[in-house]
Design a protein around this ligand. Structure first.
Ligand code: PRP
Ligand code: URA
Ligand code: MG
Length: 209
């Protein structure tokens, strides 16, 4: 079963509070999501593999470590996932970026795919699928389905706010996918929104209703 990591770093918790606040405007909301994504990327990359190489300092030759292993890929689930990409790339600028466009049918809550573009070398990459919200889990599950169908094998999921229902559904559908969360909330309401949550992440990021 995929592991679930809830990041409790004080800076992450502090910033999550301000994106929850309905009085936080679009500009500040966007900036905070970007900052939270960078902090979460720092935590999620703690276990990246390293290898030793020879480097010549101004003083002498030395053995020193560099990142090793598979290259990384970041895959935002459009639209709201886009708000997390730049913050992550600040720390891993060499990562390639794929895109999966999905919206949740407002009535059925089922994910509807409208776009997909992944790096050509999916088999060789470790992927982090990102979306600020994990509610029913439908979007995350569908995104991972699409990536696996195209050959991706190592996938992790990063979100800012998750409902227990979504965590459970994603773990069940994809037991090989570890889940990284900034805040595990209470439940879903009758409209499928996370309670207390932060409202509609995409609309708050892009000022749309
Ligand atoms: O876990 P789920 O029940 O699938 O809900 C989560 C999805 O809902 C929101 O997207 P939305 O459909 O509002 O699209 P948007 O990001 O373009 O606003 C959110 O950004 C997630 O992608
Ligand atoms: O609370 C929620 C649930 C799904 N999608 C969102 O953007 N917010
Ligand atoms: Mg939305």
């Amino acid at each position: 079963m995929g592991k679930v990591y809830v990041f409790d770093h004080p800076l992450i918790q502090h910033k999550v509070t301000y994106i929850r606040d309905k009085s936080t405007g679009t500009k500040e909301f966007r900036e905070l999501v970007d900052e939270i994504a960078t902090l979460m990327a720092f935590e999620i990359t703690r276990d990246l593999p390293l290898e030793e190489i020879d480097v010549e300092t101004p003083v002498q030759m030395a053995k020193s470590k560099v990142l090793a292993g598979k290259k990384l890929g970041v895959v935002p689930i459009l639209r709201a996932g886009i708000g997390m990409v730049d913050g992550i790339l600040k720390l891993i600028p060499a990562a390639k970026v794929g895109h999966i466009g999905l919206y949740r049918d407002p009535v059925t809550l089922q994910p509807v795919e409208y776009y997909l573009k992944l790096p050509s070398d999916v088999q060789e990459r470790d992927f982090i699928v990102v979306d600020p919200m994990l509610a029913t889990g439908g979007s995350a599950i569908e995104a991972v389905n699409s990536m696996k169908k195209r050959g991706a094998t190592k996938i992790r999921f990063m979100c800012i706010i998750a409902a227990p229902e979504g965590v459970e559904a994603l773990q069940k559908a994809h037991p090989d996918v570890d889940i990284y969360i900034a805040a595990l909330d209470e439940k879903l309401n009758e409209k499928g929104y996370i309670v207390p949550g932060l409202g509609d992440a995409g609309d708050r990021l892009f000022g749309t209703k």
